[in-house]
Write a protein of this length. Structure first.
Ligand code: PEP
Length: 236
């Protein structure tokens, strides 16, 4: 099956890169592929107004209530977002989000018609202990895998470290993840790779059969680098 590549920018807790919302922005839709940006909550509106396909970096599954500091998935929807990131490792680690929390977020997004991009991935310690596959298996088991979702495989040891997974290792994990998906959605669900993707390694990663795009942190904050990755993806 031919899955359209998706290149997603995770700006994390950073201001928008210069020119992101101006004419010539590399973050707007691009021919032949899908481009998506996760800005901080403060910049969602500007991002949407600039014509960028925009998602929240997190959304609370409850529509409203006593959750100081949070924004709900319903509010993301209200402002015009089409996507939401669920279970990024920095939220799992820094905010104690469990597999069940992530699953609730994903289900709430689906119920509201937002598309969840759900992050899974093992730590260096888990990989060294031979637990990489069992870790992602457990993370996946909690998720609504029959639904229209995107999965991002992000080995934690590769995020923001410059230590990219080799294309072979990434492909092996992506194929393993795909093998765990139900028959009906196995060929449809996109599985993105995340972890120090940059212009130098994007092509060899994106050429792998089961890698359907990238979730990009550091390089997405550099408009030139992001533009190069987008252009590589669209040429494949
Ligand atoms: C991320 O934060 O999802 C990520 C993959 O970051 P980086 O590209 O910087 O490793």
């Amino acid at each position: 099956m031919n899955r359209t590549l998706l290149i997603a920018a995770n700006w994390k807790m950073n201001s928008p890169p210069e020119g992101a919302f101006s004419k010539g922005s590399p973050y707007v839709p691009y021919e032949g592929i899908d481009v998506l940006v996760f800005p901080t909550f403060l910049y969602l509106k500007q991002s949407l107004d600039a014509g960028i396909c925009t998602g929240g970096q997190y959304g609370h599954p409850d529509s409203h209530g006593a959750h100081t500091g949070d924004i709900s998935i319903a509010m993301l929807k209200e402002i015009g977002c089409t996507h939401v990131l669920c279970g990024h490792s920095e939220r799992r680690q820094g905010h104690g989000e469990t597999n069940e929390d992530v699953s609730r977020q994903a289900q709430a997004a689906l119920d509201l018609g937002l598309h969840p991009v759900i992050c899974i991935g093992e730590t260096a310690k888990q990989r060294e202990a031979g637990e990489a596959e069992s870790t992602v298996h457990t993370q996946l088991s909690a998720l609504p895998l029959h639904s229209d979702i995107t999965i991002a495989y992000e080995p934690i040891w590769a995020i923001g470290t410059g230590n990219t997974a080799t294309p072979e290792l990434a492909q092996t994990m992506h194929a393993f993840i795909r093998s765990l998906l139900p028959d009906q959605s196995r060929e449809k669900i996109r599985i993105l790779y995340g972890g120090s993707m940059k212009p130098e390694n994007a092509e060899e990663l994106l050429l792998k059969e089961d890698i359907d795009g990238g979730l990009i942190g550091g390089a997405s904050l550099k408009p030139d680098e992001f533009a190069t990755i987008v252009s590589i993806a669209s040429s494949l």
